[in-house]
Design a protein around this ligand. Structure first.
Ligand code: GCB
Length: 868
């Protein structure tokens, strides 16, 4: 309906003109058509949000460009607006920005996740184009947090830029780029609620001015609940703070995740003639929170177990420069999963998302990025304090925000750094506690009605230093069953902490294993990145936390897979602990959470979304999981009733005797049913009659669905006559007791899980295939890679150059296909190597791969056989 759109536009234009004439405040984004350059010689046109690291943080080269980026834009400003005050606002630039107007430097801002602005009025040329230049720097800077963390520090102007035009009397922009007013609730109950507004008003005129500040409170349906007018005399050339109590609201509707009832408060500043000068609107949510070390979290006087996720802001293909519509979808997906809490980790996210949390009913933990370590300098302390001030003031008014944090795992670098002297280590501890103490005090002072929080990792140092007792809620990031011990150790640890620190409120602020949807297995294990292990860990953790009333809640690490440049999970440069993938396609576990958290609508999910290319031998069956918020159901396979099932903890596990080909699965419960198909290859012998390819993931206990080769590699096994398997060798990187870790970040391969698992010391591998011609791919990688000194990499093996020398001959039956094979010498580090040969099998000899050692122990990662 184009004519309606035109009408709306012309109305909008008209309104703007009227407001401009009348002197109304106006803000517009200036995101389009910036010039960007990395070297000031070649320029390209870009739009904001923008980053220069969305590609290089994911390529094969180690590192990503951390340095300078230059932005330029011209803006025409007419002399009609000469009487106005102009602000230039940046909603986030990572991480240091220096701004110039018409060649003059007007200011600098440190910190990549909060907004800042400058009054640019005196730098403007009227009736002319004004040149805005921004120099952005994302190089490592010892004085700006975060110094180090498990996520990529993409450089650029990645949130909106706004040009704001104001009349001389307006809500201040100068209080750490806040909105110039703060909402407090002196008392809220089911009977009544009070609102107190602190407004900071500026008058830049040279004479004092009589104004009226008018408040109107609307309910969610847009009806006026009450209004109030305050007559204010603004002194000349001053910024003043006014505290105003609004009329009491009787029988307020309370805000909660179940019923996120929002009122709107409109604040209008008028001059003595009643002309509007400036106006703001804010969400009002009546709610109160408290904690109890024995009984957890309370909202509006009732206990509520906080269960939800952590979120990072980046997104596949975009880095941190993510379109707002996509970001908002995240919040909707998180709500839809049944979450009642989000931890915006490890830095403040876009304010639009907090607004959405207000609307959808999600409690928020928000924090600043002081992660892993501090620098003991005045400059670092100053940046941290001012960052927290911006954070508190810019995010203060969202009713969803209940927890303000300021540190994450602040001792992790210290405890992993064995190069520190005792004195250095003591000094670092002291300075970290000192900064935490200052930030805690600041947070309590500026946000007296919020909870304070901090997260630590599994180490006694948080208790010993007393840092864990500073915040009102201490968050433990616990990875039992991943980085540490086993899944059941979670509860044991928490019970012990609760006993030793009975007055401390705790939240499980992070937990979760890495999981890749291409990996599935009957025997899930720590570090295998299987979705099955992910299911196992999350299901158990949920049970362990919900059984413990003293735990305030749990936030899974992480809502989505995210970029971490130095990391080597099953996808390089991506931390894969997400409940949804980097492109936000849900993994099955997302639906499991929905089935335990979302009780509103009947829900069932057959967890076979990624069960692709399952190969089963003879009469083998395969267990699948079904998730539901119902009590029971019936499972059908290919039209036949299979089993009556009961859902416990949201899940039922069923053995499925799949047929060859496409299988129909149907789950029926009283109120809902779901159907899925699974394609299965059932084979009795390796006869290549019903299949053309056969791939084995050597050294692995899991299936790997390799999209690139369009084949699902089967798990490895010991040789069995008439079948396939190894005659000797040990799986590398997957041994039960040693957290040996996997070789990660393999070059020349998109199929990391194929290369990452391997057999070491294998001299003979047999595959009993019939006579005929075949193309055989053998896959290799040298596992003794030099691991980047990094706490997040799973490989704990020390590099040992003597072990690196493995030289072997490779035979397919009696054919020598590679002589003196020396991976370390012939290929770059971590290089995935494929040897392809055609072989003819005769006389029922089958295929034998012989790896004859000349020096050291041979290795092999996989085999793919194709009938030709
Ligand atoms: C943590 C950190 C988080 C990491 C996570 C992990 O404890 O707080 O930033 O990404 O562990 O995946 O290792």
């Amino acid at each position: 309906m184009p004519h309606i759109a035109t009408k709306t536009t012309s109305l909008y234009v008209l309104l703007c003109v009227v407001f401009l004439l009348k002197g109304f405040s106006q803000s517009k984004t200036i995101n389009s058509g910036w010039q960007f350059s990395e070297d000031k010689t070649t320029w390209q046109t870009v739009n904001i949000p923008h980053t220069w690291n969305q590609d290089d943080a994911f390529d094969d080269e180690p590192g990503y460009r951390r340095g300078l980026g230059y932005y330029q834009k011209q803006v025409y400003i007419s002399s009609e607006a000469k009487e106005k005050v102009f602000y230039l606002k940046f909603n986030a630039v990572n991480q240091e920005a220096t701004i110039f107007i018409n060649g003059q430097e007007i200011g600098n801002h440190k910190g990549g996740y909060t907004a800042f602005n400058f009054n640019i009025s005196e730098f403007i040329n009227y009736d002319a184009y004004n040149v805005i230049e921004v120099t952005v720097d994302n190089s490592h800077n010892e004085d700006i947090p975060p110094l180090d963390a498990d996520f990529t520090f993409y450089g650029g102007i990645y949130r909106d830029v706004e040009l704001i035009t104001l009349p001389k009397q307006h809500f201040s922009f100068d209080d750490f780029a806040s909105d110039g007013f703060y909402i407090n609730y002196p008392s809220v109950s089911e009977e009544q609620a009070q609102i107190e507004v602190t407004a900071i008003l500026n008058n830049t005129a040279s004479k004092k001015e009589k104004t009226e500040l008018k408040f109107t409170l609307f309910d969610a349906e847009g009806r006026i609940i009450n209004s109030h007018v305050e007559m204010l005399k603004l002194q000349a050339e001053r910024s003043e703070e006014f505290k105003i109590n609004l009329p009491e609201v009787k029988d307020p509707k309370l805000w909660s995740p179940k019923n996120p009832y929002l009122y709107q408060l409109k604040l209008v500043l008028q001059d003595k003639n009643g002309e509007i000068l400036d106006s703001k609107t804010t969400n009002i949510g009546f709610r109160w929170v408290s904690v109890d070390a024995d009984n957890g979290f309370y909202l509006n006087g009732k206990p509520i177990k906080l269960i939800g996720v952590n979120r990072h802001q980046d997104y596949e293909g975009y880095g941190n420069a993510v379109p707002m519509a996509l970001q908002k979808k995240d919040i909707e997906l998180i709500k839809d999963m049944g979450s009642n809490v989000i931890r915006f980790a490890h830095y403040p996210h876009a304010r639009e998302l907090y607004d959405l949390c207000d609307q959808l009913g999600i409690l928020v933990w928000t924090e600043i990025p002081i992660v892993n370590k501090v620098t003991n300098t005045e400059a670092f302390f100053e940046t941290s304090i001012s960052m927290q001030k911006e954070h508190l003031k810019q995010y203060y008014n969202f009713p969803s925000v209940v927890m303000f944090g300021y540190m994450n795992e602040i001792f992790i670098r210290l405890v992993f750094n064995n190069k520190l002297t005792e004195q250095e280590s003591q000094d670092l501890k002291k300075s970290s506690v000192k900064l935490a103490t200052q930030l805690e005090a600041l947070t309590r002072e500026l946000a007296p009605n919020h909870m304070t929080v901090m997260a630590g990792h599994l180490n006694a140092i948080y208790n010993e230093t007393g840092i864990a007792d500073l915040p009102m809620i201490f968050g433990w990031n616990l990875y039992f069953g991943w980085y540490d011990k086993d899944i059941p150790d979670l509860g044991i640890f928490l019970d012990e902490q609760h006993k030793r620190y009975p007055n401390r409120s705790m939240l499980l602020s992070e937990y979760g294993p890495g999981a890749d949807v291409r990996i599935f297995t009957r025997t899930p294990k720590k570090f295998d990145f299987s979705t099955d292990y992910q299911a196992k860990l999350h299901q158990s953790y949920y049970k362990q936390i919900t059984e413990r009333p003293y735990m305030t809640g749990m936030t899974a690490w992480n809502y989505a897979d995210f970029g971490s440049e130095f990391r080597g999970d099953a996808i390089p440069h991506v931390n894969q602990k997400g409940l949804v993938q980097y492109n936000r396609t849900p993994k099955d576990i997302y639906y499991w959470y929905k089935s335990v958290l979302d009780t509103d609508e009947p829900f069932v999910h057959i967890a076979t979304d990624f069960l692709k290319g399952l190969t089963l031998y003879k009469d083998e069956s395969y267990a699948i999981q079904v998730f539901s918020n119902q009590d029971k159901g019936i499972v059908y396979l290919n039209g036949k009733k299979q089993e009556d099932i009961q859902f416990r903890n949201g899940v039922a596990t069923i053995q499925m005797p799949f047929d060859n080909g496409i299988n129909q699965i149907k789950v029926v419960s009283e109120h809902i049913s779901e159907e899925k198909t699974v394609e299965v290859l059932k084979i009795d012998t390796l006869d290549f009659k019903t299949f053309n390819h056969f791939g084995i993931n050597i050294g692995a206990h899991f299936y790997f669905n390799d999209e690139e080769r369009d084949v699902t590699f089967v798990p490895d096994q010991a040789y069995e006559n008439g079948w396939f398997g190894f005659l000797d060798g040990t799986p590398y990187g997957m041994t039960k007791d040693k957290n040996q870790g996997l070789p990660h970040d393999i070059k020349n391969a998109t199929s990391e899980p194929l290369f990452q698992t391997l057999l070491e010391g294998c001299s003979s591998y047999k595959v009993d295939i019939p006579d005929g011609n075949y193309k055989v791919d053998l896959f290799f990688v040298e596992p003794q890679i030099k691991s980047i000194e990094n706490i997040y990499n799973l490989s704990n093996r020390k590099e040992d150059s003597t072990q690196k020398q493995r030289v072997f001959d490779v035979f397919l039956n009696t054919n020598l296909i590679e002589k003196q094979f020396n991976l370390a010498l012939e290929y770059p580090q971590k290089y995935g190597v494929t040897l392809t040969t055609e072989v003819q099998i005769n006389n029922d000899e089958g295929l034998t791969i012989s790896l004859k050692s000349i020096e050291g122990q041979p290795v092999i990662s996989g085999i793919l056989i194709e009938k030709i």
